[in-house]
Design a protein around this ligand. Structure first.
Ligand code: GDP
Length: 329
């Protein structure tokens, strides 16, 4: 289906370029579709729009549930639209299918942005594997850029591999933390700290303020030991209050400062280039693995094959031969 009346690529591309939100939403639905014909139309669409993509400031935001991600995105996003920016909020949440709906990028949790004509909120695609979900969010980000959104905020929860996926699709990775008890780096895996371009301790208000400062000092010390990923950027540790709005402006100032420095050194362009190539391989991998997941006969045969291999009755190499035969590889 090169261009059925339902999904005319040129028409969709035009609608997106003109910033039509309804067309943008329809195009994202197309991107999220599992149908092979939709997939090729979606690929044609992103190709048609490629020249209009890549201009946004892409920010990944992570933190455990309750840390204040949506409150932060709402406050930051509202400040940015007031400044004349167009803000898209996306999410990567591979668990959303299990929980029966995304808890991220939920409009009810972002009251100001939900009614803001210059903000576009889209929850996580609910499509199984992290690789699949991340691929669709990346494509959605490109469409949003083509539609004129010059800031894209990608939200994820602070669990599992999804942080890496989001760091891999953004220019700046912001890690949100709660004020802790004062004697430990609570709840943060070392890997996440290493991904961070900034660590921000939220809820630095009221009685929490001294604890927030203490937590900031701890993270500052922890980061000091780590070798920064860039020679031109040492991830700052800041405190702020999303609820009161104190320090929201400073978050953005740091993001712009990072952008300026890494643009000047060429690192931003290099990071984007590496990401693009990684995406290509990730998508190819998804594509190559798809038959493994969708072939009914194989699906039915796999448990037995696995059991035979586990029991030592079937050599792994023989099992691979059988699988390849079924897939006609
Ligand atoms: P998320 O799960 O990470 O998206 O967190 P939410 O943004 O939904 O916030 C969780 C709870 O923390 C809500 O009750 C918010 O009102 C509250 N909260 C968020 N930011 C702040 C803050 O800066 N200070 C205080 N005191 N509470 C906050």
């Amino acid at each position: 289906m090169a261009s059925s009346p339902a999904f005319d690529v040129e028409r969709l591309a035009q609608g997106i370029r003109s910033g039509d939100r309804t067309v943008l939403s329809r195009a994202i639905t197309l991107i999220e579709s599992k149908r092979a014909d939709h997939r090729s139309t979606a690929a044609a669409l992103t190709q048609a729009l490629i020249g209009a993509t890549g201009k946004a400031v892409r920010v990944g935001i992570t933190g455990s549930p309750g840390v204040g991600k949506s409150t932060t995105i709402d406050a930051l996003g509202a400040m940015l639209t007031r400044q004349g920016h167009k803000v898209a909020v996306l999410a990567v949440d591979p668990s959303s299918r299990r929980t029966g709906g995304s808890i991220l990028a939920d409009k009810t949790r972002m009251a100001r942005l939900a009614t803001d004509a210059n903000a576009f909120i889209r929850p996580s695609p609910a499509s199984g594997t992290l690789g699949g979900v991340a691929a669709k969010t990346r494509e959605t980000m490109l469409l949003c850029e083509a539609a004129g959104y010059d800031v894209v905020l990608v939200e994820t929860v602070g669990v599992g591999q999804s942080e890496i996926a989001v760091a891999d699709m953004t220019d700046f990775f912001l890690v949100l933390v709660l004020p802790g008890g004062g004697d430990e780096l609570q709840g943060l895996k070392k890997g996440v700290v290493e991904l961070a371009d900034m660590i921000a301790i939220n809820k630095a208000d009221g009685d929490n303020l001294p604890r927030a400062k203490l937590t900031a000092a701890e993270y500052g010390a922890a980061l000091h030991i780590l070798k920064p990923a860039s020679a031109n950027w040492s991830p700052p540790v800041v405190t702020y209050s999303a609820l009161k709005g104190d320090g929201i402006k400073a978050l953005w100032t740091h993001i712009l400062d990072h952008r300026k420095k890494l643009t000047a050194s060429g690192e931003l362009a290099a990071r984007r280039g590496e990401q693009q190539v990684k995406w290509m391989w990730a998508m190819l991998e998804e594509r190559l693995f798809a038959p493994l997941r969708s072939d009914r006969a194989l699906k039915a045969a796999l448990p037995k094959l696995e059991a035979e291999v586990a029991a030592g009755r079937l050599a792994p190499a023989t099992a691979v031969e059988k699988i390849a035969e079924m897939l006609e590889l």
